[in-house]
Design a protein around this ligand. Structure first.
Ligand code: ADP
Length: 262
């Protein structure tokens, strides 16, 4: 009897092991599929500007000698596509870097968020056109354990988006502490994101409006990078439509204030 009991015990354990192994295999397969999809998407994104450049080079070869308008148009287009390629490659490199956890964060230090916010206020103040009002405000204390460069990068991405997709009105950044987290809200009165698109905007290369995204110089990688930076800091990022139809991004980072007291 005891031999049979131990047999069934072994069988149950084996069954558990097999199912754990299967679920691990599923996860590996899923991650490989995502990786393959990423490589396919990245290749496609890199290929598009190259195809356009190739087209204009052919045009130049055929007509460039004779017509100065063709020359000018072709050179301007080639320059624009080169700029797009270079931004895309830069974003791909940043994404690769921030997704190489846990080594991606190098200079984590407990500090106040205020100097970063002051820097952002200064830098973006002159970038926004006059008809869009930019406000950067905060309520101290704002103590966080952060890689300052990365958090600056995060805010730059969010402000760049707010600027790209806001034609009039205002953009506001507000930072405050709520219980054990430091919150940063970036809100705009821009064109907004349709409700059904919201779950996808953190996906790599996802653009709500492909044509507009491209002409704005967007790579579709900004929010994916932003999300990776926040996750590296064990924080959380979410995006929603505001009542006026604009966009609000809500970031939370663990507060260092409470952690120290604990
Ligand atoms: P992109 O480089 O194209 O801006 P992102 O990953 O930063 O890529 O954003 C993904 C998409 O989400 C954008 O193409 C845009 O359609 C939408 N989006 C992001 N931020 C905003 C915003 N503040 N207002 C409206 N749409 C936005």
């Amino acid at each position: 009897l005891s031999a049979r009991m131990s047999d069934s015990h072994v069988a149950a354990e084996l069954g558990e092991l097999v199912s754990a192994f299967n679920s691990l295999l599923d996860r590996v397969e899923e991650s490989m599929k995502r990786q393959q999809q990423f490589v396919a998407d990245a290749s496609h994104e890199l290929k598009t500007p190259l195809t356009i450049i190739d087209g204009y080079v052919r045009l130049l070869q055929r007509w460039g000698k004779h017509t100065s308008e063709v020359r000018e148009e072709a050179l301007a287009a080639i320059q624009q596509e080169c700029g797009r390629l270079s931004r895309l490659i830069q974003d791909l490199l940043i994404l690769a870097k921030v997704q190489r956890a846990p080594f991606a964060i190098q200079n984590i230090e407990i500090q106040s968020l205020v100097p970063v916010l002051q820097e952002v206020k200064q830098a973006w103040g002159s970038v926004f056109p006059h008809h869009i009002e930019l406000t950067v405000q905060w309520r101290e204390p704002l103590l966080v354990a952060i890689d300052r460069e990365r958090i600056r990068q995060l805010l730059d991405i969010l402000l760049d988006n707010a600027k790209k997709y806001t034609e009039k009105g205002s953009v506001s950044v507000y930072a405050y502490t709520e219980r054990d987290v430091v919150c940063i809200d970036v809100e705009d009165t821009g064109i907004g994101i349709p409700q059904e698109e919201l779950p996808h905007v953190f996906d790599r290369f996802y653009r709500v409006d492909k044509a507009r995204g491209r002409s704005n110089g967007g790579s579709g990688l900004g929010l994916a990078i932003a999300q990776s930076i926040v996750q590296l800091h064990r924080g959380h990022i979410s995006i929603k439509r505001t009542v006026t139809g604009g966009t609000k991004v809500h970031v939370t980072l663990p507060s260092a204030q409470l952690n120290e007291q604990e």
